[in-house]
Design a protein around this ligand. Structure first.
Ligand SMILES: NC(=O)c1ccc[n+]([C@@H]2O[C@H](COP(=O)([O-])OP(=O)(O)OC[C@H]3O[C@@H](n4cnc5c(N)ncnc54)[C@H](O)[C@@H]3O)[C@@H](O)[C@H]2O)c1
Length: 420
């Protein structure tokens, strides 16, 4: 059966795209290398936070199918690549999934097709990496098929902004490619913003994430010295936020997590250094500051226990919220792991609770969530809020706990409660 759209990579980005396209009436084929993902979806099971099983069932009812067989790609008029772009062991871009996905598409490319890369990557990837692979069979981008880059802006767990009402940036290999890609997204996105080309669209995404990374580092650095100066940074941010223009609040935390903020700015700084030979200093400084936060968090916990005459060694430390983001189950790059690792190395008995995580892997060991939150808070030598999931009642935590170190500012400060 001919597909309007083939989505390559059915994860946090690819699946919501497939859902929205399917809802808008397009026939969608999903291709993924992972048979468990494909079998799960075809059986009506969602593996990402933003989609329920019932959403997948609705997609299937609307004609969506998932497959590990690339042959179906040839039947699609548009192909969108949503595969991971992690860091290599050396800290540089790892484009292996993008390259492999493009090789798969190249084997099934037909004249007139529109190919769009959505994976976050460094400027030049679409033109210098994707285009040559797709052109291997003799078809030329901009002449025989259309090629564009469109960064994904999905914000997992965001109840207000989803795919339809988040403006979509699109940059094509040629103006005609941009126009064709914009026309495609207008099927299911309210506002499409056209870029001058692929490089501008690629860089816009990196600017967005680098902006967050740097501003989080700014407040993290301030959190450290405000504590020394006995200034309540949370109150400072609340006050500054009352300015209706020129200020956007960012909040400190135990470190940055997820697969975007700790990773994407590296794509830009690595590229600047590789091409131009000089550092992107803002990014490097932000990385340095954000990377110290888990150790700093562990140190503050140690200091609080010390004030009670307790050593970390032998103390029970209850960590609340171990995912990288509020109200979602995604644990990738969560700073909770280095915090726990540090505390365990000091001899703490680390226990945890997270409404979204039943079993938590820290390095090679699995921890089971405490069965009774209230009892665990009462029993712990210190309770540490690492993630402010909305199920957590800050007042209740402060009331029941002996000591609280709160990295998210959800509890009322008092003699036994400190904020980061
Ligand atoms: N998750 C987010 O919030 C988010 C937001 C904006 C941008 N992004 C970017 O989007 C891209 C995808 O991220 P994600 O979070 O959806 O990743 P993910 O790990 O959730 O999903 C990626 C999927 O691609 C599949 N895959 C890997 N290689 C493949 C290949 N060669 N062919 C077919 N399938 C393949 C994997 O099996 C996996 O199911 C990344 O570049 C990421 O930086 C993610």
């Amino acid at each position: 059966m001919a597909a309007d759209l083939a989505v390559i990579g059915l994860g946090y980005v690819g699946l919501p795209l497939a859902q929205e396209a399917s809802r808008s009436g397009l026939t969608v084929l999903g291709f993924d290398l992972n048979p468990d993902v494909v079998d799960g979806l075809n059986a009506g099971r969602s593996h990402v936070d933003d989609l329920e099983d019932s959403d997948v069932e609705s997609m299937l009812a609307a004609g969506f199918t998932a497959t590990t067989d690339a042959a179906g790609i040839a039947s699609a008029s548009t192909v969108v690549v949503c595969v991971p772009t992690p860091l290599s062991d050396e800290g540089g871009p790892d484009l292996r999934a993008v390259i492999s996905a493009c090789e798969t598409i190249a084997a099934h490319l037909r004249p007139g097709m529109l190919v769009i890369l959505e994976s976050t990557t460094y400027p030049g990837t679409t033109d210098e990496v994707v285009r040559p692979i797709l052109e291997r069979g003799g078809l030329v981008a901009g002449a025989d098929f259309h090629l564009a880059f469109s960064p994904e802006r999905i914000d997992p767990g965001n109840p207000t902004f989803g795919m339809r009402n988040t403006p979509k940036v699109v940059g094509g290999q040629t103006p005609a490619c941009t126009a064709r890609a914009a026309q495609f997204y207008r099927h299911f996105v309210d506002t499409v913003v056209e870029a001058r080309g692929t490089r501008e669209a690629e860089t816009a995404k990196l600017l967005e994430n680098t902006y967050r990374h740097i501003n989080i580092a700014l407040v993290n650095e301030m959190a450290m010295f405000c504590h020394e100066l006995d200034i309540d940074l949370w109150d400072v941010i609340r006050l500054a936020s009352s300015k209706p223009f020129g200020f956007q609040p960012f909040y400190p935390g135990p470190g940055v997590g997820g697969h975007c903020i700790p990773i994407d700015p590296n794509y830009l700084s690595h590229n600047v250094r590789a091409r131009l030979g000089y550092p992107f200093r803002f990014v490097e400084l932000a990385q340095e500051i954000n990377a110290t936060m888990p150790t700093y968090t562990a140190q503050r916990i140690q200091n609080m226990l010390n004030r009670d005459g307790k050593a970390v060694n032998g103390s029970t430390v209850l960590l609340l919220g171990v995912t990288y983001k509020q109200d979602i189950a995604d644990q990738r790059e969560s700073p909770a792991v280095p915090v726990a690792r540090r505390l365990m190395a000091l001899g703490a008995d680390v226990v945890f609770h997270d409404p979204h995580v039943a079993t938590w892997r820290v390095d090679n060991g699995d921890l089971e969530r405490v069965p009774d939150l209230d009892a665990a808070i009462a029993a712990a030598d210190i309770t540490v809020v690492l993630q402010g999931h909305s199920q957590y009642d800050g007042e209740m935590i402060a009331k029941k706990a002996g000591r609280v170190f709160d990295t998210r500012g959800i509890t009322p400060v008092s003699d036994h409660v400190e904020h980061l």
